[in-house]
Design a protein around this ligand. Structure first.
Ligand SMILES: Cc1cc2nc3c(=O)[nH]c(=O)nc-3n(C[C@H](O)[C@H](O)[C@H](O)COP(=O)(O)O)c2cc1C
Length: 250
């Protein structure tokens, strides 16, 4: 954002170098005194960018304040390529509302980490259908399947691949490598669950427990207990972050 000419020069070279569309994601500007997305967008489009995404906050804002969707819509209206907006789509109806604000589409970041169903829920709302809370069992299955995927991610790749499987250390015997993989999986789950467990009763307790966990079987047991076995508040209130009043279709 501070070097629009440089950004455009990079895009020019990228467009020459590849045969797929080159797209650019940017912020609203550097800071409140330098709100230059319109200029950066115009320059990179002139350089050949096929689409743009704009997070409606300045770099200095990081995640503070609110994403400026009217601004993103204004920039979009002046450009000949699709423009996607980004920022603060935390609930499915935010996605639906923002699709009407002059953009070709929206990017959803943190909202998906908190609620991986947000995209299908938005699609349901757009089709005029109501959306209910996600059942506790489905929430558990999502995490358990994620653990399974991570445990097998890039395992057993043949020689010549660029990356070691996560957690693998060259020259270390199988048992220790396995521990490294478990540690990696647990850390992934910690990162996801910081979002995924937000907003429902008992979520903070589950986060604390996951942060203490030392093994994958213990992690699985925690998840199963919380979502599937405890007839407690954690389960009964899982629909709470999705108020039915605002979940109405349309
Ligand atoms: C886990 C995570 C990873 C992200 N990675 C990138 C990235 O690689 N490149 C990028 O331009 N923005 C990245 N972002 C920023 C998002 O694309 C998005 O612009 C920002 O989070 C605001 O949208 P949100 O309110 O929907 O999260 C990332 C955000 C998150 C939460």
């Amino acid at each position: 954002m501070r070097e629009p000419r440089h950004a455009a020069a990079i895009v020019t070279e990228m467009v020459k170098a590849v045969r797929i569309p080159v797209t650019v994601k940017m912020r609203k500007g550097w800071d409140e005194t330098d709100v230059n997305a319109p200029e950066v967008a115009r320059r990179v489009v002139d350089a050949g960018a096929a689409a743009i995404a704009i997070h409606g906050r300045t770099a200095k804002q990081s995640y503070s304040g609110e994403a400026d969707w009217p601004f993103v819509g204004d920039v979009a209206s002046g450009l000949p390529v699709p423009v996607f907006g980004s920022g603060d789509c935390m609930e499915p109806w935010h996605i639906v509302e923002r699709l009407h604000q002059g953009v070709s589409g929206v990017f959803v970041g943190r909202g998906v980490l908190r609620n991986p169903w947000i995209l299908s829920q938005a699609r349901e709302l757009m089709a005029g259908r109501a959306v209910g809370p996600v059942p506790a069992e489905e929430r558990a299955v999502f995490l358990l399947e994620y653990i399974d995927l991570l445990m097998s991610d890039r395992a057993g790749e043949g020689p010549g691949f660029r990356h070691l499987a996560p957690g693998e250390v060259p020259g270390v015997d199988g048992r220790q490598a396995g521990r490294g993989r478990e540690r990696w999986v647990i850390n992934k789950l910690r990162a996801l669950c910081a979002w995924y467990t937000k907003g429902f009763e008992g979520g903070a307790h589950l986060r604390t427990e996951i942060n203490r966990t030392e093994s994958v079987p213990a992690l699985r047991a925690l998840i199963e207990d919380f979502f599937l076995r405890e007839a407690g508040p954690g389960v009964s209130s899982i629909g709470a972050p999705f108020p039915s009043r605002e979940m109405r279709a349309g």
